[in-house]
Design a binder for this molecule. Structure first.
Ligand SMILES: [Zn+2]
Length: 164
């Protein structure tokens, strides 16, 4: 039996590049009815709010969910909402910068479900159905990919409060 995490247990692992690539490239890595990329102007806004130089972020910032838009104001939800909410709730800019721009690859093995504590960047309403997100350093694993990762001796556990 694989030592897969239970569906309610949060876990983030640091993984080798090859494993990260398998998870990142999987078409199943973003659950939900829709998948889309953070618009350019919001990527520049993310750079502004975490205090890094403009155009530092070059790779696409993906999100997925069952609905793309805020039910209250119609804004297209993306990484800007995630970063802004994370800054408000618990994370400093250093961790966010490390995740977006660093060399370390992370895989989240939490069962995909709505992201907690997420609010709309524009109107502040709760966004309840964004299911997942990924960038070139961060991806989600489930199903067979989760089993593969659970068998990796070199995968390192990361404390949830230190991760996104
Ligand atoms: Zn809104």
């Amino acid at each position: 039996m694989p030592k897969a995490k239970g569906p309610t247990e949060k876990a983030t692992l640091t993984v080798p590049e090859e494993v990260f690539r398998q998870v990142y490239d999987s078409p199943r890595s973003l659950p939900g009815k829709e998948r889309w990329v953070t618009v350019e102007k919001d990527v520049r806004e993310i750079e502004r709010i975490i205090g890094i130089p403009q155009n530092s972020i070059g790779a696409p910032l993906w999100v997925s969910g069952d609905t793309r838009h805020c039910a209250t104001c119609g804004r297209e939800t993306n990484w800007l909402d995630i970063v802004n909410s994370a800054l408000r709730v618990r994370h400093g800019t250093a961790m966010l910068t490390k995740v977006i721009l660093g060399d370390q690859k992370y895989v989240n093995v939490e069962a995909p479900r709505a992201i907690a504590d997420l609010t709309c960047f524009n109107c502040g309403a709760a966004v309840t159905d964004l299911r997942s997100f990924k960038c070139h350093n961060w991806a989600y694993a489930h199903g067979v990919l989760l089993e593969l990762i659970s068998e990796l001796p070199e995968a390192g556990h990361v404390e949830t409060q230190d991760a996104l």
